[in-house]
Design a protein around this ligand. Structure first.
Ligand code: FAQ
Length: 334
């Protein structure tokens, strides 16, 4: 006995359904799209490892933006002028916005926001090593803008050409905002450098502490970079960790000279033959210690995030109840 009326409407036999494709055919289409430079979009077929590595990178990037609000957020109440306070407030809010676009981009890959947050809070997901260093003085706020946002832009500009559409599009706006962030940091430092001897010393001290951690932001050497092979093949990464680090050093040395600070690297020198600034060895022990939870502020950062999540539970609950009531009211009205 036919119970569902729709079933009676299905013509027998020859419906014009496209034949199902094999995995090999889907894979060939995916490869062809990459070769043409087309974006891969959320509903497109993609290899499971491509999806997984995108979730990994995009969510870690999102966590970095959100955790990255903490070192600067603490200085909003201590900014020396109203203008500097407004600028810093806007910058920290921008970072929250970046986190939100990125979480949304990750969600298009079929993972929930709750799963992503859980991975951060349980220490399964990483966030950038740089945010485990303390911001000790007001000059640190300038140096974070100049070097940390500077390194972030250098790394993120090629991501605007990443093969995954939602990530690439999010990066366009993020990079524009990061450029403003970098300039406000540099401008803050230029002002301090025109000030007293003590202010100049404060800038130099901040540069000494942030230079090497900024170089570590680009990740391990290419030879140690476990994800680069796949990520370069799939067009997620366009330029390698070491190449981006070199571009950053080349761009930053002249800025340091103009500012009048010394970068804390006795081996830094211009190589005429190569046309690049060569630099000394990076302390990878320090990098891996910080990545593995043993940096100066890892515990403080993670506990601040968990506390904020727990304290905000009532807001999420209230928003859900409000949305449910509104839906019910709209249904009754309709
Ligand atoms: N910190 O195989 P690779 C910002 C991990 S946003 C911690 O080379 P990959 C804005 C890596 O995850 C800053 N972990 O990895 C802002 C992997 O472990 P896994 C964040 C790191 O993915 C400014 C392992 O090491 N930006 O600053 C780091 O191919 C101011 C092996 O490494 C992004 O996330 C590190 N520095 O390349 C906000 C950009 N480096 O995941 C507030 C997007 C590596 O297998 C204030 N991400 N690891 O467990 C990327 O471009 C890449 O993920 C890299 C790493 C380049 C970071």
């Amino acid at each position: 006995v036919t119970m569902y009326t729709q079933a009676m409407d299905i013509p027998s036999g020859d419906r014009d359904e496209p034949p199902a494709k094999t995995d090999e055919q889907y894979e060939a289409e995916f490869e062809a799209k990459l070769a043409r430079g087309d974006f891969i979009e959320p509903k497109d077929w993609m290899p499971e490892r491509y999806r997984k590595t995108l979730i990994r990178q995009i969510s870690q990037h999102a966590h970095s933006e959100i955790v990255g609000m903490l070192p600067e957020g603490g200085w909003i109440t201590r900014a020396p002028t109203l203008e500097r306070k407004c600028i810093l407030l806007a910058k920290v809010q921008d970072e929250a916005g970046h986190g939100m676009y990125l979480y949304s981009a990750a969600e298009t890959l079929g993972v929930s926001r709750d799963e992503l947050i859980e991975a951060l809070h349980t220490g399964k997901a990483k966030y950038s090593s740089i945010f485990n260093y303390p911001t000790k003085t007001w000059a640190d706020i300038g140096v974070v803008g100049w070097l940390v946002d500077g390194a972030a832009i250098m790394n993120q500009i090629p991501l605007t050409r990443c093969s995954y559409g939602p990530y690439a599009r999010a990066m366009i706006r993020v990079c524009k905002e990061e450029s403003f962030h970098q300039r406000q940091g540099y401008d803050l430092l230029l002002t301090l450098m025109k000030g007293s001897e003590d202010q100049r010393a404060m800038v130099q001290d901040a540069v000494n502490r942030w230079w090497w951690p900024s170089l570590m932001m680009f990740g391990p050497h290419d030879s140690e970079s476990t994800n680069s092979g796949d990520s370069m093949k799939w067009g997620i990464k366009r330029i390698s960790n070491d190449e981006l680090r070199q571009k950053f050093v080349d761009a930053t040395v002249p800025q340091a000279q103009l500012l009048g600070v010394t970068l804390p690297d006795p081996d830094l020198k211009f190589d005429d033959a190569k046309g690049h600034w060569t630099f000394g060895p990076i302390d990878w022990n320090e990098f891996w210690n910080v990545v593995n939870g043993k940096g100066q502020c890892n515990e403080e950062r993670l506990s601040a995030r968990i506390r904020a999540w727990e304290d905000g539970a009532w807001v999420r609950d209230a928003a859900l109840v409000h949305a449910q009531r509104k839906r019910r009211r709209d249904c009754v009205a309709a």
